[in-house]
Design a binder for this molecule. Structure first.
Ligand code: BGC
Length: 250
């Protein structure tokens, strides 16, 4: 079965039909630039462009970089336009897409769902935490494979700061940190999350997971196993489609 997945990120809106049996894109994805400011209307126009590129008429799953409740309502917008807060994103996108069935899900939760089914978390029981390091830090917490949605561990306070402002990959760029210094911050952050949750496994996602060889070996002092995500760029798209299939495909 195929369902359409869209990943809404700070720089691009990317989407493709997803083959849910394989956990992979069924066609090459289409990307349009995220408008700035990334207002609900502007983003909805971008999403429509991506869907129209494929002439898609079935269910659509979309990620959003903030808390999303009930597959529909945006509750926080740390790194996107604040006008998203309390927007019924399901209705917004569905209306813009001519009434297609829509599910909206937190971006890290989507990536986590995909990694648990098709990637680094396959078959893993107990507490597993996927963390995405990008513009912010996203989190997806699983217990025996079941997601606890909207955990927002990127906003834990660390040394008096919102953790994502210190340890995201944007923080690495903004503060021009070497891999060593940044890994030191990531290590402190992981140790803090471990103190709270004692997970068996951390999965490190986001763009930086492609460069795992540059920093994972620099992290010690964390008991849990730490592995890079496997689906990398497409985890959000695949996970969003999986959630939409769950809600709309019976
Ligand atoms: C948001 C999360 C999101 C993460 C990654 C954070 O700032 O609060 O909801 O998952 O960034 O995009």
């Amino acid at each position: 079965m195929q369902i359409f997945g869209v990943d809404i990120g700070g720089s691009g809106i990317k989407g493709a039909p997803v083959d849910l049996d394989k956990g992979d894109l069924a066609q090459e994805r289409c990307k349009v630039l995220t408008p700035h400011p990334a207002t609900p209307d502007g983003v909805a126009d971008g999403v429509k462009q991506v869907i129209d590129h494929f002439g898609w008429t079935g269910p659509v799953g979309l990620t959003f970089p903030g808390v999303v409740t009930g597959g529909a309502t945006v509750r926080t917008a740390a790194n996107v336009d604040k006008s998203w807060v309390d927007t019924d994103a399901r209705t917004l996108f569905s209306d813009r897409l001519g009434g297609l069935p829509v599910t909206v899900v937190n971006d890290a939760d989507a990536a986590g769902v995909a990694e648990m089914q098709f990637g680094a978390g396959q078959g893993r029981r107990g507490t597993v935490i996927l963390l995405t390091f990008g513009t912010g830090i996203g989190s997806a917490v699983f217990m025996d494979g079941a997601l606890v949605p909207n955990t927002e561990l990127g906003h834990l306070e660390l040394g008096g700061h919102d953790a994502e402002t210190r340890a995201s990959s944007k923080a690495k760029e903004d503060h021009d940190l070497s891999w060593e210094r940044w890994a030191g911050r990531v290590q402190k952050y992981l140790a803090h999350v471990e103190m709270l949750f004692s997970p068996e496994l951390f999965i490190i996602g986001g763009g930086v997971s492609r460069k795992a060889d540059k920093f994972l070996h620099l992290i010690d002092g964390v008991r849990a196993e730490i592995v890079p995500a496997q689906l990398q760029n497409n985890a959000g798209i695949v996970g969003a489609a999986m959630r939409a299939a769950h809600d709309h495909a019976g």
